[in-house]
Design a protein around this ligand. Structure first.
Ligand code: FES
Length: 116
């Protein structure tokens, strides 16, 4: 028996991709990493694990929307351009979309048919 805070992992059904690109800022353009997307990725990952949502966070490179970031995309789902807003309210809006995507995927088996 495993003791302590060990929590069995949940197999992810989808991923949430977050741009964590951070510029050296020689061109004075904003970047998602410069606007806090790395902390945002950590916060979302903690919430997903705490709620045992079958999703994974993927930290990735620039998504070519730097001026309106931090940017994140739910796989086959919603795209968020946070425009510098990484407030608790913004995080909750993202979590609502992630929960909805998890429910949608649980209701739809991989063969595309819908469960009743
Ligand atoms: S730095 Fe994130 S979209 Fe370019």
């Amino acid at each position: 028996m495993i003791e302590g805070d060990w929590v069995p992992t949940v197999k992810p059904l989808f991923m949430v991709r977050i741009c964590i690109n951070k510029r050296l800022n020689t061109d004075r353009l904003p970047s998602c990493g410069g606007r806090g997307s790395r902390g945002l990725a950590d916060a979302l990952e903690r919430l997903i694990l705490a709620e045992r949502i079958p999703a994974s966070i993927t930290r990735g490179p620039c998504m070519n929307n730097c001026l309106i970031g931090p940017n994140l995309k739910i796989q086959a789902g919603e795209f968020f351009n946070l425009q510098g807003d990484i407030s608790d309210l913004a995080i909750e809006k993202i979590m609502i979309a992630i929960r909805a995507e998890a429910e949608r995927r649980k209701a739809t088996p991989s063969d595309g048919t819908r469960r009743n």
